[in-house]
Every structure is written in structure tokens, then in C-alpha cells.
Design a binder for this molecule. Structure first.
Ligand SMILES: [Zn+2]
Length: 282
């Protein structure tokens, strides 16, 4: 599922390859992906314009358009990617990485397409059809972007009163935008903080370590192509061991999400243990 790093690679692709190209036609016929717009509405609003800037906050991405046109919001959903084709037919993509076992892409998985006057195109490729395209998307409900939040802002957002689990707080997009499930596990593991630790029990040094882990996990995931490249991600399975200390990895549910942590370095405080899920033997 795309998190901030995957969306950032998609945004950079648009910024590098798709700006200032005249839009000659728009395929907005997928009424589910383009809801609440009716077919032809996006086409009428965008044809003749150009994308002039690609922006992102958290997992939300949008493009500004020329001649004071509307913003074009593109959400990658659970597995979407942006595919940009150059005038001479070169294809580049950004967003969810391709898996080795993936089926060959089908044309109908292009859910929304801008055709440029130069012969190239920009498409939202989304097999699962959970992405979304809309004009002037609202981003006011999102907190500051995780890649831009300052240390002081981060401490204020994370060290709050109340007994929310720190992982749930990291996932709360209205506080900090862009951290998804895998990135949260990676950050907590790097910082050696229990995912179930209560926000009101965090010390300043915990928040500082979490902030540094956020920065380094984002930098590394953007450079390496996605959150699946994180140091602890490959150990998130039954029988997995901590890549740092070798202790057994534990699994449970925190903030409603499947969570893995090191049984030694991220042991929860007394009474704060997450619900542990037992696996059946195969
Ligand atoms: Zn460990």
C-alpha cells in the first residue's frame, strides 16, 4: 500500500516528466474512481490546460493546472501507480513498486488517463481500483507532512495527554500526514519504542529518537523505492527475528492494525501489552 515514500516517487515523476504538456484529451469514464464527478466533467475542466506543479501532503497528491484551472487530486489508493509516457513512447512509473509475481498489466487497469497533445500520456494505473481522482481535493483535515514536520511540532503532536498507543498516534493522518502501517512499524523499531506505549508515558528522549527514526526511514524509503525496503520489514512474519539483536519478533494488533515488534528491545510496559495474535501451525 502506498505510503508517503511511494506517493513521493509518483509526485516526483509527475514533476519531472508531466508538467507543461498540453492536455488534449481526458479519459474520465471510470465513474467509481472519478466520483463524485460525472463522466466528462474532468475532461471539460482539464482539456486544453497543462499541469504546472505537483504537490503532496502525506499520502495526498495534487497537481496545479494552467490558466487558473482547478487542482487535480490523484490518490493512489491501496496499490496505484502513476505511469507517464513521453512523446516518443518511453514509459516511466512511480508509486507502488511492481512485484515479481505480478500479472502482466491489463489496459483496463488504467483508471484515468490524460492524453497530451505531444502524443504521450499520464495514467493512474490501479489494478485494485481503490485510487481516486477528483478536482480540488480537500487537504485541510491533514496534519503537517511527515517529511516536513519539525522536531518541535513532532514532539507536540506525539507527546500528548491521554492513553493512545503511540503507533495509533503515528497513523493518525490528522496529526502527521503520510505514515502508514509499515512505516510506523519501521520507525518504532528503529527508535526501540513499544508500539503500544501510551503517548502520555513517552519521555522527551523517546520522542527525539522517534523523530530521528522518522527522518531516516523516510529518507531511506524514498531513495530505495518504497517502505518495503525498510530494515525490519522482512522480519515481519511468524518465526522472524530482530535484524539488530536476534530476538524473536512478536505480532499483535495495535491501533487496529497488524503490528510487529522486537520482543526484547520493544517490550511493552507492564499492563500495556498489545493483543497478541497466535498463529496456527501449518
Ligand atoms: Zn531487537
Amino acid at each position: 500500500m502506498p505510503e508517503l515514500p511511494e506517493v513521493e516517487t509518483a509526485r516526483r515523476l509527475i514533476a519531472d516528466e508531466a508538467l507543461h504538456r498540453r492536455i488534449a484529451d481526458v479519459d474520465d469514464s471510470d465513474t467509481f474512481v472519478c466520483r463524485p464527478h460525472s463522466p466528462g466533467e474532468l475532461r471539460a475542466a482539464l482539456t486544453g490546460r497543462m499541469l504546472t506543479a505537483a504537490r503532496r501532503r502525506g499520502k495526498a497528491m495534487w497537481c496545479e493546472t494552467s490558466e487558473n484551472g482547478p487542482d487535480l487530486g490523484i490518490h493512489l489508493g491501496m496499490g496505484g501507480r502513476i505511469v507517464v509516457t513521453s512523446p516518443d513512447g518511453q514509459v516511466a512509473w512511480g508509486g507502488e513498486p511492481f512485484r515479481r509475481d505480478a500479472q502482466p498489466p491489463k489496459a483496463e487497469w488504467d483508471r484515468f488517463t490524460l492524453s497530451f497533445a505531444d502524443g504521450g500520456s499520464l495514467a493512474l494505473f490501479d489494478k485494485r481500483r481503490l485510487g481516486r481522482v477528483r478536482l480540488n481535493p480537500g487537504i485541510d483535515e491533514l496534519g503537517p507532512d511527515a517529511a516536513e514536520v519539525t522536531p518541535a511540532q513532532f514532539c507536540d503532536l506525539i507527546m500528548t495527554r491521554g492513553s493512545v498507543a503511540v503507533k495509533a498516534r503515528l497513523l493518525d493522518q490528522s496529526r502527521i500526514a503520510g505514515v502508514g502501517n509499515l512505516l510506523a512499524d519501521e520507525i518504532l523499531w528503529q527508535a526501540r519504542v513499544s508500539p503500544a506505549a501510551r503517548t502520555n508515558s513517552l519521555r522527551r528522549q523517546d520522542a527525539d529518537r522517534l523523530y530521528r527514526a522518522l527522518e531516516s526511514a523516510l529518507r531511506s524509503a524514498i531513495a530505495n523505492g518504497g517502505v518495503h525496503t525498510g530494515d525490519v520489514i522482512a522480519a515481519r512474519h511468524p518465526g522472524g527475528t530482530c535484524p539488530r539483536c536476534g530476538a524473536e519478533m512478536r505480532h499483535g494488533t495495535v491501533g487496529g492494525r497488524s503490528t510487529w515488534w522486537c520482543s526484547r528491545e520493544q517490550a511493552p510496559a507492564e499492563g500495556h501489552a498489545p493483543r497478541t495474535v497466535r498463529y496456527k501451525d501449518p
